[in-house]
Design a protein around this ligand. Structure first.
Ligand code: HPA
Ligand code: ZN
Length: 341
């Protein structure tokens, strides 16, 4: 790849909007926390665990991802995990991250939701002080569980309301359509929370329609299957509905067989507000800059203009204040002028 394009991709300021914090747990940290917390793992060591990261679909990943998260017990564990992510994100010139967390994965093991949120929030505060990185938390409901369980999770989280800006919907998509969570999302909107949902990763375009029409989401996470439905593409373009695309994730989970077959160029050509994100970087082979560089390397039709569009889309799609977005735009112009112009 052109050296200037690669430098631009790596150094341009960017917002990361689709990152599961439990998916940033590197094998080395899994074993360190397992030892610290006296948790027994089914794998003898880091190498054996990494060798198990040969996924065939979303569910085969989720099984290992939930097992990895079992080492998280105390606020300091959540702090260590999230601060390590923030260090890596800042190194990739991420200026703002909206971070998903899965409280039900932890509360089901007896971990108090307050310990989860407190540890994550503390890491975000420290990262802001040290790197100037801003972070916000988005609480995700696990869609393979019931709406009743989601309501109970929301209730338990409300004492910590000031520490999260929105809710999302993740875990096993097929068989768990958005409308299963219509009432809890309506309640979240009443509470003034932002709402997003995974849709159209493995699930059909109908799940994207229902995320829009029933859940009234403000962003679609993944959404790559939208291109199967021209009327849906027109709707997403007209509304500038953001899609948080995760190319390395899509290849690891066999949504696309190779990066060269990824539809990111087609999404951008269709005028959609697509963004590039890492999803679960410890499991899928790279943080956000690896997603940018490897995707652009595999798709030579992507160039400087696409890089700038993707950075701008990430600011536009974020829930950050307009003044921050303006500042990041100016930083982007500076980096562009320094490297390319
Ligand atoms: N899809 C659905 N649920 C998830 C994912 C994903 O890519 N990562 C973590 N939970
Ligand atoms: Zn995801």
């Amino acid at each position: 790849m052109d050296a200037r394009l690669e430098a631009l991709l790596r150094q341009m300021p960017k917002a990361e909007l689709h990152l599961h914090i439990e998916g940033s747990l590197e094998p080395e940290m899994i074993f360190r926390l397992a030892e610290r917390n006296h948790v027994r793992l089914a794998y003898p060591g880091v190498e054996a665990l990494r060798a198990a990261y040969a996924f065939t679909d979303l569910q085969s990943f989720l099984d290992i991802y939930y097992a990895g998260a079992s080492v998280l017990l105390k606020a300091e564990d959540f702090f260590d995990m999230a601060f390590a992510y923030c260090e890596r994100a800042a190194a990739d010139h991420v200026v703002h991250a909206e971070i998903f967390f899965d409280p039900q994965t932890h509360t089901a093991r007896g971990v108090p939701i307050g310990a989860v949120i407190e540890g994550l929030e503390h890491a975000g505060r420290r990262a802001h002080a040290e790197f100037g990185l801003t972070t916000r938390l988005i609480l995700c409901f696990l869609r393979h569980l019931s709406e009743e369980d989601a309501f109970a999770t929301l209730e338990a989280a409300l004492p910590h309301r000031k520490h999260f800006i929105g809710v999302g919907l993740d875990s096993s998509e097929r068989g768990h359509p958005p409308e299963k969570f219509a009432r809890v999302f309506a309640r979240c909107r009443e509470l003034g929370l932002h709402v997003v949902a995974h849709a159209g990763e493995e699930g059909p375009p109908a799940y994207i329609w229902n995320a829009l029409d029933v859940l009234k989401v403000q962003r679609i996470d993944h959404g790559v299957r939208s291109l199967d439905d021209p009327a849906l593409v027109r709707r997403l373009a007209a509304e500038r509905m953001p899609l948080t695309v995760c190319p390395l994730s899509n290849v690891k989970l066999r949504v696309f067989e190779t990066l060269a077959e990824h539809n990111l160029p087609a999404l951008l050509d269709a005028g959609l507000c697509a963004t590039v994100n890492s999803d679960d970087p410890a499991y899928f082979g790279g943080y956000v800059n690896e997603n940018f560089v490897r995707t652009f390397a595999a798709l030579p039709q992507l160039g400087v203009a696409h890089a700038l569009t993707l950075a701008r889309n990430s600011f536009e799609a974020s829930f950050a204040p307009a003044a921050d977005k303006d500042r990041w735009e100016r930083q982007l112009d500076e980096v562009f002028r320094r490297i390319v112009a």
